[in-house]
Write a protein that binds this ligand. Structure first.
Ligand code: SPD
Length: 427
């Protein structure tokens, strides 16, 4: 050996941009590139950056593999640095070329630590290295991999195991399930967190109980979206409810939740439920007038298939489908993260239901960007959705061991901060 290490500097060009923007695929590719070359992985750290790009490093017993990607140029800069004779970095190179679907590349190998230039000192590391090896378990290396839900300027990151338990792409969206350390099993759609085991109750209790308990006689319910099953679980707790129709556009979401989120999806076999896999927007358009006491729109953010759930036409159809005292509740984004969608939706609902008949509630959910999220309620009749009888909310909450909702939370959720009132022209 004429040098201590080999360093291959690689330019991968003409790569698949989707892959270069996918922290899951890149982390797994880099780890596998290391093991295929004969290296022992110590840990890996990978991050996705806004708006595009992934950076990461796999530390190996024999040095490291590092990467930074520019998906918008189909370009990845990769360093493959190995020490000793036991690892061949060119095996990593060949493997990564395939993973990134690179059509052209350049690679330059440098010898690092030329032994002609260095002089050995009296410092024997051999025993230390052999001793360290005994404590390394190649099957349980420390992975530091992060899932990030973001727009151009803000993000929320959750560290997860690095394994993707479910990953399917339908004609509408990509559905994945990951295991996060802080919030448990997590459902994501198109790189956005939809629900986590730890805080899904905040969302699902607040989308259901304020409307149902303030109304008092909700019998027929329509849920648009809500494929994970959390909303129907909460709605079906109410004995007044006779029938729930749920229309979810993407059956992958239902499948993923049934497989990996049993506590969320446990009501899919409930006898009062009619589950339809189809287009919720069309379903409401064609619904019989005055046929539902409550319509809940549990959609994802206003991109992809959920975009139509933020339009005035859709809410006009909802209004027609509601009984005279009916209530609409819709997922309304965040005044801090998606201020534009939040305000536009409010304007749209006020056009349809009338200024005084639209109420906004805020709740806390740490796994959505900014941690503050909202539902907006459109009331067709004279129900005061902002209030609830103490005994009714408390008895219900105690009987069902609710996690988030109670009478004070109900009333407090409708108390809006001044900046939100200003946004909605309510101050
Ligand atoms: N940015 C997250 C918005 C998510 C809305 N829907 C979540 C589905 C939970 N049933």
């Amino acid at each position: 050996m004429s040098a201590l290490g080999r360093h291959i500097l690689v330019e991968f060009m003409g790569c698949n941009p989707e892959i270069l923007n996918d922290v899951f695929v890149i982390e797994q590719g880099m780890v596998k590139a290391a093991t295929k070359a004969g290296a022992t992985v110590i840990n890996s750290t990978f991050h996705h950056f806004s708006p595009y790009g992934v950076s990461g490093v796999v530390v190996i017993q024999e040095s490291h593999l590092a990467i930074h990607t520019w998906p918008e140029y189909g370009y990845a800069a990769v360093d493959l640095f190995t020490c000793g004779d036991s690892v061949d970095p060119w095996i990593s190179f060949d493997y990564l070329k395939k993973v990134f679907e690179s059509s052209n590349y350049s690679a330059l190998e440098m010898k690092r630590g030329s032994l002609n230039l260095l002089q050995r000192m009296h410092f024997d590391m051999n025993n230390i290295r052999e001793e360290a090896k005994k404590h390394i378990n190649p099957d349980t290396f420390n992975r530091n991999v992060w899932f990030t839900d973001k727009d151009e300027n803000q993000a929320l990151s959750l560290r997860y195991t690095g394994e993707v338990l479910y990953d399917k792409t339908s004609e509408f969206q990509r559905t994945r399930i990951i295991d996060t350390y802080a919030y448990g099993t997590t459902l994501t759609i198109d790189n956005m967190v939809m629900c986590t085991e730890k805080d899904e109750s905040h969302y699902h209790e607040m989308i259901s109980h304020p409307a149902i308990l303030s109304h008092g006689h909700i019998k027929k319910v329509l849920v648009i979206g809500g494929g994970d099953g959390g909303t129907i679980r909460e709605v079906l707790r109410h004995s007044s409810v006779e029938k729930v129709t749920m229309v979810e556009i993407d059956e992958n979401v239902i499948e993923a939740s049934k497989m990996y989120l049993p506590s969320v999806s446990r009501s899919f076999n409930h006898p009062k439920l009619k589950l339809i896999v189809g287009d919720g927007i069309k379903f409401v358009e064609e619904a019989k007038p005055e046929s539902y006491d409550l319509i809940i729109v549990d959609g994802s953010d206003p991109v992809g298939p959920a975009e139509g759930l933020f339009s005035q036409k859709f809410y006009e159809s909802c209004f027609n489908a509601l009984t005279p005292n009916g209530i609409l509740v819709t997922q309304a984004e965040s005044p801090l993260f998606n201020d534009r969608a939040f305000v536009e939706l409010n304007g749209c609902l006020k056009e349809v239901f009338g200024n005084e008949k639209v109420k906004t509630l805020l709740f806390h959910i740490p796994t959505y960007p900014s941690g503050t999220w909202s539902f907006q309620l459109g009331v067709k009749g004279d129900i005061d959705v902002t209030n609830v009888k103490d005994e009714c909310a408390e008895t219900f909450g105690n009987n069902h061991l609710l996690n988030y909702y109670n009478a004070n939370v109900h009333r407090g959720a409708f108390a809006l901060p001044n900046f939100v009132k200003r946004m909605l022209n309510e101050l």
